[in-house]
Design a protein around this ligand. Structure first.
Ligand code: NCD
Length: 359
């Protein structure tokens, strides 16, 4: 398989790598018992600084179904993090005991930072409101399994496009596939951030921004619903005003295509009513199960890679200081200051624009 040593963002993936990962995933689904000992003797470290059900459980289940052992935490209060240990030191330790690390953090860029200090592959299981690339693997697998192809699709993404990290990674990954167009459905306050819109333009894909789901639902091949991300709001009143802005009901689906896929990364918080669950077009629970199989495929690749310390960063350093309060560089001030692959005017951890310099 094409060598990939970390998965912190979609930039680490390629179409060829995805195809191989997916083929292996299909074989795992068809013959799970033949994979039961493929990671025997390996250890998987699970570091969850933020709550999780599906991502945490599906990674643990995936590792154990491959025969690997698992250790880690789902609440950092029980670790030396509560004594003030830096992310870099925690990662160095964890990497020295394990063969692959999965990290979820409320800080944007935490997985990028972790990968700078780890001898073993680092997987980003969500970094604040930034990226969530393994949810994207889950989403791609769901579309590929349920439709047979990920090409030539009209994809509606609805809800909190501003803070939804699954949305950001999904939109970015769709750049690997031809014929994709987007319907971006959100209130103005929750619209897609500039750095993701920039990716749509770079990929030469069409997009329409809309505030009304009803206006475009009949056009869609995929409807990707999302939760309004309460934990990312600074203003509770603003959250309350926006939280119920889209509610998908069975009735609204009457004019939708018969082969529409209704997806959701879950958990839901009222944005899909339970009467939709029985509709054959609703695939969000299957989606969660496919997530375990694609994560098995990913772990199988990563757990056998030789240990290797990443080379010191020397090429894309900057003197500019990120001022995004959610960026990992705000707390972990020792981190080398990096520029983004999207341009030298953006932070290499969170992709937000550096503040303008005044001379
Ligand atoms: C998502 C997340 O954590 O970003 N959940 C998940 O990993 N399946 C979506 C969400 O929390 O709304």
């Amino acid at each position: 398989m094409t060598q990939v040593r970390k998965l912190v963002s979609v930039a680490d993936m390629s179409r060829a790598w995805w195809e191989q990962l997916y083929m292996q995933c299909c074989d795992i689904i068809a013959r799970p018992e033949t994979y039961a000992d493929t990671c025997r003797g390996k250890l998987f470290a699970s570091m969850f600084y933020e709550p999780s059900t599906r991502t945490n459980f599906s990674f643990q289940a995936a590792a154990q179904r491959l025969g690997a052992g698992v250790f880690g935490f789902s609440d950092p209060l029980g670790t030396s993090v509560s004594k003030g240990e830096t992310l870099a030191d925690t990662i160095r330790m964890t990497a020295s005991y394990s063969d692959t690390i999965v990290i979820r953090s409320p800080q944007e860029g935490a997985a990028t930072a972790a990968a700078l200090y780890s001898e073993v592959p680092v997987i980003n299981a969500g970094d604040g409101g930034h990226f969530h690339p393994t949810q994207t693997l889950t989403d791609l697998a769901t579309i590929a399994i349920e439709r047979g192809s990920i090409e030539n699709l009209k994809i509606g993404i609805c809800g909190d496009l501003k803070h939804g990290r699954t949305v950001h990674s999904l939109v970015d990954a769709m750049g690997m596939f031809p014929g994709i167009s987007f319907y971006l459905i959100s209130p103005k306050e929750l619209s897609l951030p500039g750095y993701i819109l920039k990716q749509i333009k770079l990929h030469g894909q069409k997009h329409v921004e809309s505030e009304r789901l009803e206006a475009c639902i009949s056009e869609l091949d995929i409807l990707y619903m999302t939760r309004v991300q309460r934990e990312r709001f600074h203003d509770a009143a603003e959250y309350r005003r926006l939280k119920d802005v889209y509610i998908l009901t069975k009735k609204m689906l009457s004019g939708a295509k018969s082969d529409l896929l209704i997806m959701h990364p879950l958990p839901r918080y009222g944005e899909i009513t339970t009467d939709v669950d029985d509709d054959p077009r609703a695939v969000y629970f299957q989606q969660a199960r496919y997530g375990m199989f694609i994560r098995m495929s990913l772990l199988l690749e990563f757990m056998h890679l030789p240990r290797q310390l990443p080379p010191p960063v020397t090429f894309d350093l900057t003197t500019l200081q990120c001022n995004n309060p959610a960026c990992v560089t705000q707390s972990d001030v020792y981190l080398p200051k990096l520029v983004s692959q999207l341009g030298a005017d953006r932070c290499g951890y969170c992709d937000k624009k550096f503040p303008l310099l005044s001379f």
